[in-house]
Ligand binder design. Structure first.
Ligand code: NAD
Length: 439
C-alpha cells in the first residue's frame, strides 16, 4: 500500500516508520526543510528509543522517504494521514489552522481517489469540516478519524502492539481498508473498533481526560496525606489491590506535562463550555495540576525560608517524563521559571532534554553532562523526572557534595530511610519530611 503522512513530528514519524516496517511504501511530508533533509540522512529530530534504527533500515530498503513537497508526496498514495500539531489556542480550544490548511492543500493536489485519515487529536466535528474542505477535490475522497494513543518514550511498542485501534468512518469499506493496514499490528486479537467520526474524535479526548483525572486525583490525595501525616505510598498500595481501582496512572508527582494532556484537557473544557454544559471536573483537573507544578518550589521555600534567593539548586530531570526529550509543559520548566525569578542559580542534568531547555533558557542556567556534576556546589537537589539513572545514586556522595544536605524528590524514587541514613533530609510527595534523626 502507498501511504503519505503529512506532519513528521512524534506521531507522524512513528506512524510512517512503523507502517513502512510492515511493508508499505511511505512518504513523510513536512514543511520543515531542515528536519526533512536530516531525516533523509537517517538523523531523527527527536529522542524516541528504537526509532532511529527503524528509520534507517526502512530508508535503506526504500520503503520510507521524506519530502517537503506535499503534492508530490501524496501523488501515489492511497491513504493519507494528517498528523500535524493541534496546539492550544488562546481560548483553550485546539488550534486547527494547520489541519485545515493541509486539507486545503490536499484538495488542490489530489488527482486519484484517496482516504484521508485525521490522526491529529481534534475536537468533535473536525473530520466533518475536513470532509467539507476536501469536497473541492476533483476525485472521491473519504475522510476517516483514527486517533493515536501512543506514549512518547514507548511509541514504537505502542504503535506496533496497540491496546486497540479506533477508527471513525461513514463507509464500512473505508474501515475495511484501514483494518487491512493495521492487521499486522493486531495479530494478538487486539480490537479494531469502528464507530462514527464524532465518537472516534471524542474517544481520544475522553481517554486523556480519564488519565489526567487519575493523576490530579492521586496528587490531591498525596497533598492531603502530607497534611494529615499519612503516607501516600502505603495508601496507593491500600487502594491499588482493589481490582476496581488498580495501580496504573496512580503515581503522585509534580504534575503532568507534555504535548497532550494539558492542551487536550483544556480542549475538553472548551468543548464542554461551547455546548453550554461546562465541565466542572475537567476544570478542577487542570487547576489541581497547575497547583501541583508549584509543589516542589513551595517545598523549597518552606525549607529555606527567605534564604532561598541566592541558593544554587540542582535539578535532575527536565523532560516531562523519562525516555523522551519533550519538555512541552514540563513541571521542571515551571520550577526553573520560579527559581530564576527569585534569583536562584540553577544547575541541571537530563540525559536527553538539555538541548531543548537550552533553546529556552540559554546561559541563564548551567547544564552538566553528568548528574553528579549538577550537585557540585549546589545547596539542594530537586528531582523532576524519574529517569532510570536517578534511581540508585551514591547517597554518601550526595551528602558530601550538597551543601545543605537536602533532596526534594518530585517522583518518590527513594525509600526515606535509605536517604536519611546517609545523613540527608528528604522531602517527597505525599509523605512526611524525613530527617536523619526521624524514626
Ligand atoms: P509535533 O509538533 O511533534 O509534529 C507536528 C509536525 O507537523 C512538525 O514536524 C511540523 O513541522 C509539521 N507541520 C506543521 N505544519 C505543517 C504543514 N502545513 N504541512 C506539513 N507538516 C507540517 O506534533 P506531535 O506531537 O506529533 O502531534 C501531532 C498530533 O498528534 C497532535 O494533534 C497531537 O495532539 C497528537 N498526538 C500526539 C501524541 C504525542 O505523544 N506526541 C500522542 C497522541 C496524539
Amino acid at each position: 500500500m502507498n501511504i503519505a503522512i503529512i506532519g513528521t513530528g512524534y506521531v507522524g514519524l512513528v506512524t510512517g516508520t512503523c507502517l513502512a516496517e510492515s511493508g508499505n511504501n511511505v512518504i513523510c511530508v513536512d514543511i520543515d526543510e531542515a528536519k526533512i533533509s536530516r531525516l533523509r540522512e537517517g538523523i531523527i529530530p527527536i529522542y524516541e528509543p528504537g526509532l532511529e534504527e527503524l528509520v534507517r533500515r526502512n530508508i535503506r530498503e526504500e520503503r520510507l522517504a521524506f519530502t517537503t513537497d506535499l503534492a508530490e508526496g501524496v501523488r501515489k498514495a492511497r491513504i493519507i494521514f494528517i498528523a500535524v500539531g493541534t496546539p492550544q489556542s488562546e481560548n483553550g480550544s485546539a488550534d486547527l489552522r494547520t489541519v485545515f490548511a493541509v486539507a486545503k492543500s490536499l484538495a488542490a493536489a489530489i488527482e486519484t481517489p484517496k482516504i484521508v485519515v485525521v490522526k491529529s487529536t481534534v475536537p468533535v466535528g473536525t473530520n466533518c469540516k475536513v470532509a467539507e474542505i476536501l469536497k473541492a477535490s476533483t476525485c472521491r475522497v473519504d475522510v476517516a478519524s483514527n486517533p493515536e494513543f501512543l506514549k512518547e518514550g514507548a511509541a514504537i511498542d505502542d504503535f506496533t502492539k496497540p491496546d486497540r485501534v479506533v477508527v471513525g468512518v461513514r463507509e464500512a469499506s473505508v474501515a475495511e481498508e484501514l483494518h487491512d493496514l493495521y492487521r499486522p499490528f493486531l495479530r494478538t486479537e487486539r480490537p479494531f473498533l469502528v464507530m462514527s467520526p464524532e465518537s472516534s474524535e471524542m474517544t481520544k479526548y475522553v481517554a486523556n481526560a480519564m488519565l489526567a483525572t487519575k493523576i490530579s486525583f492521586i496528587n490531591e490525595m498525596a497533598n492531603l496525606c502530607e497534611a494529615v501525616e499519612a503516607d501516600i505510598n502505603d495508601v496507593r498500595r491500600g487502594i491499588g489491590h482493589d481490582e476496581r481501582i488498580g495501580f496504573q496512572f496512580l503515581f503522585p508527582g509534580a504534575g503532568y506535562g507534555g504535548s497532550c494532556f494539558p492542551k487536550d484537557i483544556r480542549a475538553v473544557i472548551h468543548m464542554a463550555r461551547e455546548t453550554g454544559q461546562p465541565s466542572l471536573l475537567m476544570g478542577a483537573v487542570d487547576e489541581v495540576n497547575e497547583r501541583q507544578k508549584c509543589v516542589l518550589f513551595n517545598k523549597l521555600r518552606r525549607h529555606f525560608g527567605d534564604s532561598l534567593s541566592g541558593k544554587t539548586i540542582a535539578i535532575w530531570g527536565l523532560a516531562f517524563k523519562p525516555r523522551t526529550d519533550d519538555i512541552r509543559e514540563a513541571p521542571a520548566l515551571a520550577l526553573i521559571r520560579d527559581l530564576l525569578e527569585i534569583g536562584c542559580k540553577i544547575r541541571v542534568h537530563d540525559p536527553e532534554a538539555m538541548p531543548n531547555v537550552r533553546a529556552i533558557y540559554g546561559s541563564d542556567i548551567e547544564y552538566t553532562t553528568k548528574p553528579m556534576d549538577a550537585i557540585q556546589g549546589s545547596n539542594a537537589l530537586v528531582i523532576c523526572t524519574e529517569w532510570q539513572e536517578f534511581r540508585n545514586p551514591d547517597f554518601s556522595l550526595l551528602f558530601e557534595k550538597l551543601s545543605d544536605k537536602v533532596i526534594l524528590d518530585g517522583r518518590n524514587l527513594y525509600k526515606p530511610a535509605t536517604v536519611t541514613s546517609a545523613g540527608l533530609i528528604y522531602h517527597s510527595i505525599g509523605r512526611s519530611i524525613a530527617t536523619p534523626d526521624s524514626k
